[in-house]
Design a protein around this ligand. Structure first.
Ligand SMILES: [Zn+2]
Ligand SMILES: [Zn+2]
Length: 195
């Protein structure tokens, strides 16, 4: 099966994210997931209504809804990449959020950068952390749940220390699961078009 028949993932950089971080993410994802990785550089998403002034953070679920609305005709997964601090109401902050078994996910560089911890920026480290969190959220989009293997990318992380411990790879069990999901997703779309 050639790459033209694989699933599609559209990476959507959301202003004011560093566009080159989104580009390097797209590049790394191509090596890991057997999907077409596309980079959106045309759309501007105004996320000001997702801002919560009492928390000085952005509601990630609301941004997911905006992406869902904006890309409702896109057949594939949408990964928003953002640089602002994200929250969901029950948590102090999140690195990202995904619709479980759905289409949309979002990941923020805000707390993945050393700058958030009063340290000088380490570009390579930020890229590695972003890649891990992006794969993790996409894993949720493909229906994967959290994994107990602490090296597996589907292991949950609540701090950057935990992000640094895990790898950007799926354990054999999760890899089998996501490979199955990716190929069945393609088959579904393919069959629907034929009917
Ligand atoms: Zn998770
Ligand atoms: Zn796993």
């Amino acid at each position: 099966m050639g790459t033209s028949k694989s699933c599609k993932i559209l990476i959507v950089p959301i202003y004011p994210v560093d566009f080159s971080l989104a580009m390097s993410l797209a590049h790394s994802l191509r090596d890991i997931l057997k999907c077409d990785i596309l980079l959106d550089n045309t759309n501007h998403l105004n996320i000001s209504s997702a801002y919560d002034s009492s928390r000085a953070q952005f509601n990630s679920t609301r941004i997911i809804s905006m992406l869902s609305e904006k890309f409702k005709n896109f057949e594939g997964k949408i990964l928003g990449v953002i640089s602002v601090d994200l929250f969901i109401p029950v948590l102090t902050y999140v690195f990202g959020e995904a619709q479980l078994g759905g289409k949309i996910s979002i990941v923020s560089t805000f707390r993945l950068s050393e700058i958030a911890y009063g340290l000088p920026e380490n570009r390579k480290l930020t890229e590695e952390r972003l890649l891990k969190e992006a794969i993790h959220e996409l894993g949720h989009n493909f229906g994967l749940l959290h994994c107990e293997d602490y090296l597996c990318v589907m292991h949950p992380s609540t701090s950057v220390e935990e992000v640094d411990i895990k790898t950007a790879s799926f354990c054999p069990k999760c890899w089998e699961e996501i490979s199955k999901q990716i190929s069945s997703e393609f088959d579904d779309h393919h069959n629907r078009k034929q009917n």
